[in-house]
Write a protein that binds this ligand. Structure first.
Ligand code: DGL
Length: 272
């Protein structure tokens, strides 16, 4: 029997894990945050691929995990496809790695009435154009504008969300993306950290613009995936356990991570 692995560059994926646990509480989850090397947002394709590959291998080689969710948007954008196409078939033919971009793009178009949406993410995610490319497949008529908000991750990690400084940088990027088209009525938070800024972001978006967080979308999609893949579902253990691992200081992770996860966590340190 195996557990579900959830990977992120650091703390942010805990917002996704939270949603998974809410929707699918019975499964056993192992979370890994690569805090020692985060943020991934400004890193090259090659580096993000290498780091993500190491993390995925850790789940498969060192843990009882057959299914990994790459909760990090940057890693999903820059590494997932290559891992699925080149690493899994050779090294782990029976294991699965899923990301967050595909499930999000499958549903995003349903939220927009005007047919115009905005994507907010890290440099890596936005530069990859992954959201635009995937959305084109599912909603060819949806117009998509993008904005990289590189400082937002730091605002969250340093817990300065409710400050004038944070408001300045939040408003800066919100007014930028809204200036690209007056018809944008849907804004996607395409980064694991951004849900923690939701209240601040709402101060700067006009009524009628909807803010979409990914957690519930990913949870719904995993539920559907497990329903469709009973051969995977039947191999998952269901004792409701959660384990947390980080590649950096565990004391920081316990306090900051608890903020992201919404309840106390106890983390162990590992090396990749
Ligand atoms: N987890 C990353 C993402 O969702 C944000 C943090 C980082 O840049 O590593 O894109």
């Amino acid at each position: 029997m195996s557990k579900i692995g959830v990977f992120d560059s650091g703390y942010g994926g805990l917002t996704v894990l939270k949603a998974l646990v809410n929707e699918l509480p019975n499964y056993d989850y192992i979370y890994l945050g690569d805090n020692a090397r985060s943020p991934y947002g400004g890193r090259s394709f090659e580096t993000v691929f290498e780091y993500t590959k190491q993390a995925v291998s850790w789940f498969f080689d060192k843990q009882d995990v057959e299914l990994v969710i790459v909760a990090c948007n940057t890693a999903s954008a820059r590494a997932l496809r290559q891992i699925q196409q080149t690493i899994l078939p050779i090294h782990y033919p029976d294991k699965k790695v899923l990301g967050v971009i595909r499930p999000t793009t499958e549903t995003l178009g349903n939220f927009s009435k005007t047919g115009v949406a905005g994507i907010l993410g890290t440099h890596g995610t936005i530069k990859s154009d992954s959201y635009k490319i995937e959305l084109q497949k599912f909603y060819p008529n949806l117009k998509v504008y993008q904005e990289a908000c590189p400082l937002w991750v730091n605002l969250v990690e340093n817990d300065v969300i409710d400050t004038q400084g944070a408001d300045f940088f939040i408003e800066f990027h919100i007014s930028a993306i809204l200036s690209y088209s007056k018809d944008i009525d849907t804004l996607l938070l395409a980064c694991t950290h951004y849900p923690l800024l939701e209240d601040s972001i709402k101060k700067f978006i006009p009524e009628g613009v909807r803010l979409i967080s990914q957690g519930p979308i990913i949870a719904e999609s995993l539920k559907d995936y497990l329903f469709r893949h009973s051969e995977i579902e039947s191999g998952l253990s269901k004792s409701g356990s959660r384990e947390f691992y980080t590649t950096d200081y565990y004391s920081d992770f316990n306090s900051i991570g608890s903020r992201f996860f919404g309840e106390e966590i106890k983390v162990k340190r590992i090396t990749l």
